[in-house]
Design a protein around this ligand. Sequence first.
Ligand code: PLP
Length: 290
Amino acid sequence: MTESLIYINGNLVPESEAKISVLDHGFLYGDGVFEGIRAYKGVVFKLREHIERLYDSAKFLKIEIPMSKEELIEAILETIRKNGLMDCYIRVVVTRGVGDLGLDPRKCGKPSIIIIVKPMGPLLGKKAVSLIISSVRRDGVDATNHQAKSLNYLNSILAKLEAISAGADDAIMLDNRGFVSEATGENVFIVKNGKIMTPPPTSGVLLGITRNCIIELARKLGYEVMERELTPFELITADEVFLTGTAAEIVPVESVNGRKIGTRVPGPITERLIKEFEKLKGDPSQGIKI
Ligand SMILES: Cc1ncc(COP(=O)(O)O)c(C=O)c1O
C-alpha cells in the first residue's frame, strides 16, 4: 500500500516522514484547534462552514492562522487531489507552534498547520448505539468551552473510558448544571411527540456542522425543531434519540443507562432524516468540489 501524503506547513510529505517537534505546544499542552471534515463523491461537505469554525476556534485561543481562509481551502483541496481521493475524512490541525517547556504562548513561533486525509467509513460503524450518562461533566462555557474545537479532549476521553467500562458504546455528558450537553464526539438530538430538540450553546456543546445541517433539513421537511435545555429524564423518556457528527453522520441510539429508547430503532423521524441526509452527499451546493 502506498503511503498517504500529509501536508505540514506548506509541504506534502509521505506519512512516515510527517513529523512535528516535541516542543510544539499542540503536543505539550493540547494548545491548538482542529476540524474533522468529510468529502463525498468529489465534494468537500460544508467546507466553508468548517473553515469558519476553525478560524473562530483559533480566535478564541488567540492563535493567528498564518494563511487566509481561501489559501487554507486550496491547501485542503490540493492535499485531497494529491492523495487521489474522492470520498475521505479530512483532519485539519493548527497548533500554537514550537515553543519551550514553559506555558507562555509568546515563546511559540509560527502556528503549525497539518492536513491529513484518509479514506473512511462511519466512525461508530454501528446501526444503533448504547449510551450511559457519564459522571464526567462537560467543561463549562466559562472554561475550555467546547464551542471552540480545541485539541484538548480529555474531558471527552474520561467520559468515553467510563462508557467502555460500563459496556456501552458512548457517553452523554451533562453540563455543570445537570442538563444534557452532548456525546463525547457528537451532538445529541431527541424526538418527543413529533418535535425535535437539541441542547443549546449554553449547555457547552460544540456547534456541530452536522447539527446545523440536520436542524435546517428537519425544518425544511416541516418538523418543529427546538434548541433548548434538556434534562436526563427527557433524554431517557424520549421517543427517539440520535447522535450527529461529521464522522458518525446520524446514529440512532438504542438505549440510555440500560433503558430502551422508543419502540423501534431507528425511530421514524430519525430514519427519515438519515434518508434525506444521504441525498446531500456529493451535492455541489452543499460544499466545494475537489
Ligand atoms: C465534542 C463534539 N461535539 C460534536 C461534534 C459534531 O460536530 P460536527 O458535526 O461539526 O462534526 C464533534 C465532532 O467533531 C465533537 O467533537
